[in-house]
Write a protein of this length. Structure first.
Length: 328
């Protein structure tokens, strides 16, 4: 259910304290300086979609500051993407300043000091999420904080429209769909970062190796699930599909190719077992996630030079000739 905070019913004297608390609870600890003698009412409506916390904020002129004093080593790091809808924001972080007007968006990183000033009544929708779920290098992200992205041209327009759509449906989708939508959103953002910087981010080798071990373990434990796919794997591990593909590229393979090879190898072994003829080729194929018999037969022949049935007969012949289980 959406969380709604409003200072409309409070006296002007009580609004400042309430608003400061609401802003810090919604995002990260922030200093808030209201720029009106008599503070205007403010409203925040928040919802969740997977790892994304989506908040619509409207209020009067103010400055919010994430000072070094408010940042502790124990804080979880968050990225905040803000779609400006009304009013103009002046943002500062990492030695840069930018102006964000309605229809544009920007990024902030809670691990470092930043400031945002709005000199008129404003409205924006923000999306904030843990830093670790966005598959871009820290130095790439640092290059793009306090930078204005247009919401009307190219890839940034696609991203702005997608994020705005998430805000509209957040209260109406179930948790599973929400998680998938959030993963896609982060994938789009990672692509935009790469495009803006003119290069493809490659995962750090040590991090990639650890990720690969974890992902392969998950794949092997779910190898028989026909629904296993790059998208479902990425969602379970809170990473983008694009990053998942990059990790496997470091080994010179693909996610789908590695899954297929593991499934075929398990089928090959099972087809050599003594009861394979009784079990049947189709059952063994389904056991390891193949749902289309013709596709399985072609993939098996491409991998081993003979059809599954030929392999089964070949295995039976070897077993009868030696009296041993060749799959043992």
């Amino acid at each position: 259910m959406p969380v709604i905070v409003s200072t409309a019913e409070l006296s002007a004297a009580d609004r400042a304290e309430c608003w400061h608390e609401a802003v810090s609870n919604t995002f990260v600890p922030l200093g808030v300086d209201l720029l009106e003698e008599e503070p205007s009412p403010g409203d925040i409506t928040s919802d969740r979609l997977g790892v994304l916390r989506i908040s619509h904020v409207s209020a009067g002129p103010q400055t919010v500051t994430r000072s070094r004093r408010l940042i502790t080593g124990e804080d979880q790091e968050f990225i905040i993407l803000t779609l400006q809808e009304r009013g103009t924001a002046m943002k500062e972080q990492d030695g840069r300043q930018c102006v964000v007007r309605p229809g544009q968006f920007s990024l902030s990183d809670s691990s470092r000091a930043f400031q945002k000033t709005l000199h008129e009544r404003f409205a924006f929708t923000s999306f904030h999420f843990p830093r670790e779920v966005l598959s871009v290098r820290p130095e790439d992200l640092r290059s793009l904080t306090a930078t204005t992205f247009t919401g009307t041209e190219g890839s940034s327009a696609v991203l702005a429209q997608y994020f705005a759509g998430l805000a509209r449906v957040a209260a109406d989708v179930d948790d599973g769909v929400g998680r998938q939508l959030a993963v896609t959103a982060l994938d789009l953002l990672a692509l935009l970062v790469d495009e803006r910087l003119g290069h493809l981010s490659r995962p750090h080798s040590a991090t990639a190796a650890a990720t690969l071990v974890r992902v392969k373990d998950h794949i092997m434990r779910n190898l028989g699930d026909p629904g296993l796919s790059p998208r479902t794997i990425a969602a379970v591990h809170f990473m983008s599909v694009r990053y998942l593909h990059k990790v496997f590229e470091l080994e010179g393979t693909t996610v789908a190719g590695w899954i297929r090879a593991q499934r075929l190898e398990r089928c090959r072994r099972d087809l050599l077992r003594p009861r394979a003829l009784e079990t049947g080729v189709a059952v063994i194929a389904r056991r390891w996630g193949f749902v289309n018999a013709a596709h399985f037969s072609r993939a098996f022949r491409d991998a081993y030079g003979m059809t599954p049935r030929e392999w089964l007969v070949h295995g039976l012949s070897d077993t009868r000739g030696t009296g041993k289980d060749v799959a043992a």
